[in-house]
Design a protein around this ligand. Structure first.
Ligand code: MN
Ligand code: MN
Length: 288
């Protein structure tokens, strides 16, 4: 089995497992720590810090080292999980509603859109067709796709690369190519269909080696470059590093690293998401 298929299988297992442990009363930190440990036990490594985004937050909520948030009844939770095996990346996500059944149709809409898109993602399929089938499926269910979030190519040691895989018909006639890896990730909402940039989310990526004066900041930057390279990381993974938060702030100010932001729906609409990674010509890698 290729590393791509291994990563996909582990990601799919982790997604199943995440759904089992994502329960009312559990802390966000418990869920992400436990799923990330599961990934490592299975022989993979998190390709990015697991996201646990609730209700109107579409993406990129990642607990800090100290995070008091607890899952509540009625929460609509997006579990977004990335795995890499020797740099081969698989990215997948699902949505669960805790203890209620208010948003079943919204959740089904993004799942149906994701599966319909994965089905047509074969060699020579124009990229715009993927977006069109996502848009149609979500609109027919009575909801709106989020158009300023999109799927993407994945490559060795890269979670996000070209091409952009739109959640609407973006008129891109470029055709999918056999052997290419893409992540397809429709978001459905009852809101406006766009996200805005929220607060910083505590997830970072290395930008470039910059001269920083503080020896500990230099040490941390070296570790980041070595351990994560081009893949995103979070302060939660740096618990053993004294004063990680302070040093990350310094490195961010020096533009050696950048920080991502939480992405809430602009009008506070409820959001669901599904995601699979597909190997063009072979099919979905993220299935058990
Ligand atoms: Mn994802
Ligand atoms: Mn993705």
């Amino acid at each position: 089995m290729s590393d791509w298929l291994k990563a996909g299988k582990i990601a799919a297992e982790a997604r199943e497992y995440a759904q089992e442990i994502c329960k009312e009363g559990k802390s966000y930190t418990y869920v992400v720590d436990t799923v990330e440990d599961f990934i490592i036990k299975k022989g993979g490594f998190p390709a990015f810090p697991m996201d646990i985004s609730v209700n109107e937050v579409a993406a990129h909520y990642c607990p800090y080292i100290v995070d008091t948030k607890v899952l509540e009844k009625g929460d609509v939770v997006k579990l977004d999980i990335g795995v890499h095996v020797n740099g081969a990346v698989a990215d997948n996500a699902c949505t669960v509603e805790l203890g209620t059944n208010e948003w079943k149709e919204l959740i089904t809409a993004s799942n149906d859109a994701c599966l319909a898109a994965c089905e047509i993602a074969i060699p020579d399929c124009p990229i715009r067709n993927i977006g069109r089938v996502i848009q149609e499926t979500i609109t027919e269910a009575g909801f709106t796709p989020i158009t300023n979030l999109s799927g993407h190519g994945v490559a060795e040691w890269k979670v996000h690369t070209s091409p952009t895989i739109p959640n609407y018909d973006n008129k891109n006639e470029t055709k999918l190519v056999e052997g290419q890896h893409i992540a397809i990730e429709p978001f459905a909402t009852d809101g406006s269909g766009t996200v805005k940039e929220g607060k910083p989310c505590g997830v970072y990526a290395f930008l470039e080696k910059k001269p920083v004066r503080l020896p500990n900041a230099r040490k941390l930057l070296t570790k980041i470059e070595k351990d994560y390279s081009t893949l995103p990381f979070t302060e939660r993974w740096l618990k053993d590093f004294p004063n990680a938060k302070f040093l990350l702030n310094l490195l961010e100010k020096s533009e050696a690293i950048k920080q991502y932001t939480i992405l809430p729906e602009k009008t506070g609409g409820m959001v669901s998401q599904y995601e699979n990674t597909v190997e063009i010509g072979t099919g979905i890698t993220t299935k058990t």
